[in-house]
Write a protein that binds this ligand. Structure first.
Ligand code: TYM
Length: 342
């Protein structure tokens, strides 16, 4: 393989989700639906279940296995097609961890310690956090760069990690005097790049929030979805008729964003329909919409989960295709570093 100049990297899309719990509406709207769009636009797409990232915090082995298969079921039910996208779990493509080691030696401690996610997750107890949690972004850079991926669809919270990926690529290229790794672009688009908690409009909707009422899970049934939306925190005002009127109204803005994302409408279009109406009218409309969009995904996930051997076969085929792309790039990276026998 030749070291290609930056302009010659062809478009290749990579992204990943941690199998560290159930999928939320945030994962779906911020990431997985965008994965499907990029697949359907005819791009070369690779989507990973990042099980090695998941174990940076404790995972019960049986639960990790179930969550990995459930995430794969979520990918498939949302519209990812294994004949068009490469779907696999990270631990089965050793080149990710192999390149991550090289990146651990390129990246600087200070870069890792600056990451918001590290600070949030390690908290005040940094000495007791796993070494993997600190090195997490280096493995993430390897996930992306082992495929020379040029575009990474993610939610807003991953922006800092993609910027770090670029820094690692640039430092590797500079250290070794090559033009080998691309400067990857994050793709953070649409009205739902940051879906917020239903209980607190200033906090991200997250699978790790202790309150299940704060999130919609892709496995929730229709009644649960409707109940969570009914109980979602709001303010007493009617909805405004323009986006400007949502300023300072985090909860209202979040529900309008979710409506727009689910209905493929802009915030202005949603407010053109609902401006001046109370939440007592808006919430039932949102609940109906959410149930209509999510129930088919949830039931397809349930069906797929009854056939774990089919899921495993899809992941095994995906891993084989992924290895075929990753291994020559790892070989060249090893040669560049100076490893004999690469
Ligand atoms: P993870 O597993 O936390 O989340 C998966 C994807 O879902 C997005 N997301 C959200 N988007 C909008 N609103 C929300 N409330 C919300 N919650 C989650 C995330 O931004 C993400 O796109 N480090 C990554 C996984 C990863 C990865 C990669 C991603 C590992 N290697 C390489 C891209 C490329 C993570 O923890 O995502």
């Amino acid at each position: 393989m030749q070291d290609t100049p930056q302009t010659q990297f062809t478009t290749r899309v990579f992204s990943g989700v941690q199998p560290s719990g159930g999928l939320t509406l945030g994962n779906y709207l911020g990431a997985i639906r965008r994965f499907v769009d990029m697949q359907d636009d005819g791009n070369e797409t690779l989507y990973c279940m990042v099980d090695q990232h998941a174990i940076t915090v404790w995972q019960d082995p049986a639960t990790l296995r179930r969550n990995t298969r459930q995430l794969a079921a979520g990918y498939l039910a949302a519209g990812l097609d294994p004949t068009r996208s490469i779907l696999f779990n990270q631990s089965q493509v050793a080149a990710h961890a192999q390149l991550a080691w090289v990146f651990n030696c390129v990246a600087r401690m200070g870069w890792m310690q600056r990451m918001t996610q590290w600070k949030d997750k390690a908290g005040k107890n940094q000495q007791n956090a796993s070494l993997g949690l600190l090195a997490y972004p280096s493995l993430m850079a390897a996930d992306i760069l082992i495929y020379h991926a040029t575009h990474v669809p993610v939610g807003e919270d991953q922006k800092q990690h993609i910027e770090l990926t670029r820094d690692i690529a640039i430092k590797f290229n500079n250290d070794f005097g090559v033009d080998f790794f691309p400067a990857t672009e994050p793709v953070i688009e649409g009205p739902a790049t940051r879906v917020m908690s239903l209980r607190d409009g200033t906090k991200k909707m997250s699978k790790s929030d202790p309150s299940d009422m704060s999130r919609i899970n892709l496995t929730d049934d229709a009644d649960t979805i409707a109940q969570k939306i009914r109980k979602a925190r709001t303010d007493p005002e009617a909805l405004p008729s323009e986006a400007k009127g949502l300023e300072g109204r985090a909860e209202a803005r979040n529900l309008v964003n979710i409506f727009g994302a689910l209905n493929e409408q802009s915030v202005d279009q949603v407010l053109a329909d609902f401006g001046g109406r109370q939440f007592s009218e808006f919430k039932p409309a949102l609940a109906d919409l959410a149930v209509a969009k999510l129930a088919p995904i949830s039931s397809e996930m349930g069906r797929l989960m009854e056939q774990p051997e089919e899921i495993d076969a899809i992941l095994a085929q995906g891993a084989e295709k992924a290895r075929a792309i990753a291994n020559p790039i790892l070989k060249r990276a090893y040669e560049i570093v100076g490893f004999v026998g690469a």
